[in-house]
Write a protein of this length. Structure first.
Length: 421
C-alpha cells in the first residue's frame, strides 16, 4: 500500500509540475531575451548578427525608439539594398487594409456592426446554412466571420492576366492546390479562423463605399498624405530598386503577382513603412493617420484561440504590455520565401520593421525576439519556441521527483528490513 501511494503521489506531482511548466512557459518564465532589457544597441547588434548568419537573400531592418528611427541595417548579400528598396509584404497588407476600413468607419461611411451584404452589389456571399447577414465588417476584420477558407493566395506568373475582384471572390487561387470557397461555413462570431477571403470582401467593401478602386483609395488616404512614395500595389517586378525574390536557399526565384491587393499585394520599403508606423505611434490626424481613439479600438481583443486574445480589428495582438495594452501590428509570409513584420509597443513608442526575401520565417522570428525583449512575454506567433523552452525544466523537475520517489521508497524498504531483523 505504501508503494502504491508513493507511486501515485509521485505521478501526481510530475503531472502537476509539467502542467506548471507548460502554463508558465506562455508567460515567458523559461525564455530569455537575446539582448539586455532596455539596451536597444545590444538588441540591434544581436538581431543584425542573426540576419547576417541566417538570411540568404535580401533584408531590410530598422528599429524605432520612443517614436524615432534609431537603427537601420540593410543586407548586401545579393543586390544592393537601402531604405528605399521595396519588398513584397504578403499578409501585412491586411493591416493596411484594416486601417483603410477604419478610416471609413471613423468618417461615418461604414458601420462596423451592419451586415456587410447591405453595402455590396457586385458580389454576394454564396447561400449557406447560416444567415449571411450575421457577417459584419467587425467580424471580417477580426477573422471571426465564420469563413474558413484559410487563404493563402496563390502565385500568378508575371505574364499571367490577373482575375478581377469578383472573379477572385468566386474562384480564388489558393497557395495550396486545394479548392477553397469564400463562404460562411460556421456560425459567425463564434470562432477565430484566419481568412484571406474575408479581406477580399473588405477590398470590395472599400470600392463599393468609396466608388473608386481600392488602390486609389489607399493612395489618397494614406500613401500620399504620409509621403509614402515607395508604396504601391503594382507588380513589384516593374518597380525600380526592388528586393527581387529568393527562395529559402538564397537562389533567385520568380517574382510573382498576387490577385488580392488588400490581402497580400502591398509593396513597400522600410522608409515608407516607418512613416506609416510612426503615424500609428503619434496619431497625427494632420498627416492622414487615424485618431488615437480609433487606433485604440483596433487593439481591443476580438479574436481568441485557446483562451488567448490574439486579434483585434485587423491587428495581431502579439503580447500584453505593462500598461495593460498590446504590442500590435502584422506579419506576412508568402512563396517562395517572403517574410515581413512590423510591431509596435504603444507603451513607449518603440517599434520594429523587418522585410526580407530568402527565408521563410526570419522576420517573424526576430520580431518575436523583439516582443520578448520588450515585454518579457513570448508572442502569439512563437508557440514552437515556447513549447521548446519547457523541455529542460520539465525534464529536470521530473528527474528530481523520480529520484525523490526512489529515495523514499528505498528508505522505506530499509526500515522494513530493520524491523524484520
Amino acid at each position: 500500500m505504501y508503494y502504491l501511494k508513493l507511486t501515485s503521489g509521485a505521478l501526481l506531482l510530475m503531472a502537476s509540475w509539467i502542467a506548471f511548466v507548460v502554463v508558465s512557459a506562455f508567460y515567458g518564465l523559461w525564455m530569455s531575451p537575446i539582448a539586455t532589457t532596455g539596451d536597444t544597441e545590444d538588441f540591434f547588434r544581436k538581431a543584425s548578427e542573426i540576419l547576417v548568419e541566417e538570411n540568404q537573400g535580401n533584408a531590410a531592418f530598422l528599429l524605432i525608439e520612443d517614436g524615432k528611427i534609431t537603427n537601420e541595417f540593410y543586407s548586401t548579400s545579393n543586390d544592393p539594398i537601402d531604405r528605399d528598396t521595396v519588398f513584397l509584404t504578403a499578409s501585412m497588407s491586411k493591416w493596411l487594409t484594416a486601417n483603410g476600413i477604419m478610416k471609413l468607419v471613423q468618417d461615418g461611411k461604414i458601420d462596423l456592426d451592419r451586415p456587410v451584404s447591405s453595402y455590396l452589389t457586385r458580389w454576394k456571399l454564396p447561400p449557406s446554412e447560416f444567415d449571411n447577414d450575421l457577417v459584419t465588417t467587425r467580424l471580417l476584420l477580426s477573422h471571426t466571420a465564420g469563413l474558413t477558407d484559410g487563404l493563402g493566395f496563390g502565385d500568378y506568373n508575371s505574364d499571367e492576366k490577373l482575375p478581377n475582384l469578383e472573379e477572385s471572390l468566386a474562384n480564388p487561387r489558393a497557395s495550396t492546390d486545394r479548392k477553397v470557397e469564400v463562404a460562411v461555413k460556421i456560425l459567425p462570431g463564434t470562432e477565430w479562423n484566419y481568412s484571406g477571403g474575408g479581406y477580399l470582401i473588405l477590398q470590395l467593401l472599400i470600392e463599393e463605399v468609396t466608388g473608386v478602386p481600392f488602390e486609389a483609395y489607399m493612395d489618397e488616404s494614406f500613401f500620399t498624405p504620409l509621403k509614402m512614395t515607395r508604396s504601391t500595389y503594382s507588380y513589384i517586378g516593374d518597380v525600380e530598386n526592388n528586393a527581387g525574390s529568393y527562395d529559402r536557399h538564397g537562389e533567385p526565384a520568380p517574382i510573382y503577382q498576387y490577385a488580392s491587393s488588400a490581402a497580400t499585394g502591398f509593396v513597400t520599403s522600410t522608409s515608407d513603412l516607418a512613416k506609416f508606423v510612426l503615424a500609428q505611434v503619434t496619431a497625427q490626424d494632420s498627416i492622414g493617420s487615424l485618431t488615437h481613439d480609433t487606433l485604440v479600438t483596433m487593439r481591443h481583443p476580438h479574436g481568441r484561440t485557446s483562451g488567448v486574445d490574439i486579434w483585434g480589428l485587423g491587428t495581431i495582438l502579439y503580447a500584453p504590455t505593462k500598461n495593460g495594452d498590446f504590442v500590435f501590428g502584422h506579419d506576412g509570409g508568402n512563396d517562395p520565401a517572403i517574410n515581413s513584420t512590423a510591431r509596435i509597443n504603444p507603451d513607449n513608442g518603440d517599434a520594429i520593421i523587418l522585410l526580407e526575401t530568402g527565408h521563410l520565417s526570419l522576420a517573424t522570428n526576430i520580431g518575436s525576439q523583439w516582443v520578448l525583449w520588450q515585454t518579457g512575454y513570448p508572442d502569439v506567433l512563437d508557440s514552437e519556441a515556447v513549447i521548446e523552452s519547457t523541455y529542460i525544466p520539465g525534464l529536470i523537475g521530473v528527474l528530481i521527483l523520480l529520484v525523490g520517489a526512489v529515495y523514499f521508497g528505498y528508505n522505506h524498504y530499509r526500515q522494513l528490513l530493520s524491523r524484520i531483523k
